[in-house]
Each structure stands twice: as C-alpha cells, then as structure tokens.
Design a protein around this ligand. Sequence first.
Ligand SMILES: Cc1cc2nc3c(=O)[nH]c(=O)nc-3n(C[C@H](O)[C@H](O)[C@H](O)COP(=O)(O)OP(=O)(O)OC[C@H]3O[C@@H](n4cnc5c(N)ncnc54)[C@H](O)[C@@H]3O)c2cc1C
Length: 381
Amino acid sequence: MQNYDYIITGSGASGLMLAYRMAKDSFFDNASILIIDKEKKTSNDRTWCFWENGEGEWDELLHKSWDKILFESNIYKNTIPLQSYAYKMLRSGVFYDKLWNFIETKNNISFIKANVISILDTAEGVFVETSICQYRAVKLLNSVDFDQKYTRQEEYPVLLQHFTGWFVETKKNYFDDSVATFMDFTVDQKRNTRFMYVLPISPNKALFEYTLFSKEVLTKDEYEGELLKYLATKSITEYTITEIEQGVIPMTSYKFWDQNSKNILHIGTVGGWTKASTGYTFKNTSKKTIQLIAFLKAENDFTHFRKKTRFWWYDLLLIDVLSSYNHLGSKLFSTLFKRNSLKNVFRFLDEETSFIQDLRIMLSMPPLRFIVALFRRVLNF
Ligand SMILES: Cc1cc2nc3c(=O)[nH]c(=O)nc-3n(C[C@H](O)[C@H](O)[C@H](O)COP(=O)(O)OP(=O)(O)OC[C@H]3O[C@@H](n4cnc5c(N)ncnc54)[C@H](O)[C@@H]3O)c2cc1C
C-alpha cells in the first residue's frame, strides 16, 4: 500500500489543471501527490472554447480567437461585436503538453497509468482501488465518472449537449474568419433545440458542429446528414474532412456535490463544474481550481467547498423548461440575445451579475413557462 497526501484521479481538463496549480504553488512542495489516469493524454481530443473579458491565463496557447460572433435564427439575426470580450479557442493537445511539461519538473508529483475501479473515504484515509494496486491518500480529488448517478434520478432533469463536429478544409477561400457562428438555429429544429456552431479558423478551414440540447443522442448518420445538408446550403461543395470531434456533455442541476465527503472532492464535470444551462465547463474549471487551491490551504472538510447560489436556481428553471418544451430553445435563446446586450448575457452566464441585472435579463425572456416551472419547483421543495 502506497500512501500520498493527495491523489488526483483523472488527468483531463480539471485534474490536470488542478495538478498544474499545485505544482506552481510552493505550499504543496512538501506534499506527496499522485495522479492516476487510464491514459496520459496528449492529443487534440477536445476543442475548448470560452468567452473571456480581456487577456487571460491561457492566451499563449490559443488556436484562434474572435472579436465578433453571429447569432442566427428565424426570428433574429445579428453579428455582434464582443467589445472587451473575445471568444477563444484552445485545442487540448497544447494544453496537455504545457501542463505536463511543468508538472514533470516536480519531484513530489508522480503519475501512474491505471484504471481506477473505486474510491472510498474511511476513518483510515481514502482508499483508491486501481487495476494495478490499492493506494491511500489523505485527500482525493476525483474527476472520474464511475456510475453516472445523475442519470438514475428523476428530481433534476438531464439534458445532453451532444454534437458531432467536422474540421473542414476547402480548396477555395469560403470563410470569413473574423466571425464565429455562436448559434445558428436556422437548421430544422425537429421539435428539439438544434443549432449549428461554426468556428472558421482561416479563410479555408472551419469547424462545423451540429449540436443539440436534448434528452437523447442521435445516430452517427443523423449528425452527418445534417452536417452535409448545412454545408450544401452554404454552397460549400469541395472540401476535405480533416478531423472529427464528438461529445456528450450533461446539462443538469443535479447536485453533484452531494457525493463529496470530508476527504473526497469531485471535480470537473462530475463535480458539477459544467454550467447546466450552457454546457460550458472549461473557464469554470479555471476559476474553480483557483478557488480549490485556496480552500486546500485553509480548510479541511470538502463538504464545505460548494455553496449553492441563486444561479443554480436559474439554471434549474431553464433546464426544467427546455426539458418539458425542448422545441422552445430557438425562441428562448433568440429572445435572450435580442433583448440583452451581449456583455450582460456573458456576465449573467458567468454568474457575475447583480440580482437587479439578473431580474432584467429574466424579465426579458418569455415569462409564462418559467413561472410555471418556478411554481412546480416551489411546490415540490
Ligand atoms: C469533445 C468535447 C468538446 C468540449 N468543448 C467544450 C468547450 O468548447 N468549452 C467548454 O467549456 N467545455 C467543453 N467541453 C466540456 C468540458 O470542458 C470537457 O468535457 C472537459 O474535458 C471536462 O473536464 P473533466 O476533467 O471533468 O473531464 P475529462 O477532461 O474527460 O477528464 C477525465 C479524465 O478521467 C480519465 N478517466 C476516466 N475514467 C477513468 C478510470 N476509470 N480510470 C482512470 N482514469 C479515468 C479520462 O481518461 C480523462 O483523462 C467539451 C467536452 C467534449 C467531450
């Protein structure tokens, strides 16, 4: 049995970012830290995008950034300047490389490639059972989803943000790479919330992602059929698909943090760090790992790490509405973007607005469904 002060299970976005922050902070220099993952990732398995106000920590790694976005639906279309914000794209390969290169300079941090089977918090420490052997830690930070518990409950509806993306390269120059298409709802909604997300990287390269917020994933043929149709409507006929990206991200207000114990903290998507109403996780992970470093220095009981805020309620109501009326997504997002400045929308989604600003945004949305959802929730609590 090997003992550590900290074990981090899973070294994807959240586990690796946390290990990197611990490596950079001399407070942890004398702590023994073990990272366990079934693979040490180096590839571009994720394209992370996020909006950010001004300069940011990951700017030197960015693949591309845009200062304008296009929102389009059958009721509203606008190319919106982002002003002091930028929409930033980071490909995971350079992120993994940079962080691992730094982490590997530290003698107190080691990595083991193994399949994590189970984790258990006991009075004698946290036990981590892997395909190789058992380890014990004082504290465990876990980003491995063992059992997808959120799929086996009914209190909080679960939508999936699911997508297939094609990196497309054309012979001719087709794309205006100064504008990212944030959401194009002009695609056939088929009683769901469906949109195309287009990130032009250069005049002849772009990522097209056919995306849904809905309960069920589609077949491979369905995503591909819609991508083909969309490219044809844009008169893009001669192209090569250079890479494919697929993903399924849970969108739910399920209280992931209820699974935390004194010595086990769930982080990343399994820690509830995905914004339920948007599926965005990366920037929140950046923020949360900074908060977590401060917490590790000052406190001992992980059940105190998460604090429920009013934004949790807003997300809950939106997911309730979209879950019951999935076909309304295009209308709801169109109204949000049409009636509010983009800066306020970003600040609201980043949970940085005041209560008065929240009210203004919420009153700008079609109220009926939200009021019904609110009453249902209040009656159930
Ligand atoms: C294709 C894709 C694109 C995305 N794009 C965006 C985006 O643009 N913007 C955004 O904000 N969010 C995005 N997300 C959502 C989110 O940012 C990512 O999913 C992010 O990687 C979540 O980080 P994580 O640490 O929770 O999980 P992961 O990064 O998935 O890390 C989990 C780690 O655990 C390891 N693991 C799993 N099971 C075991 C096991 N049993 N034993 C050992 N190791 C195990 C895995 O190998 C992995 O390294 C995207 C997600 C996907 C899938």
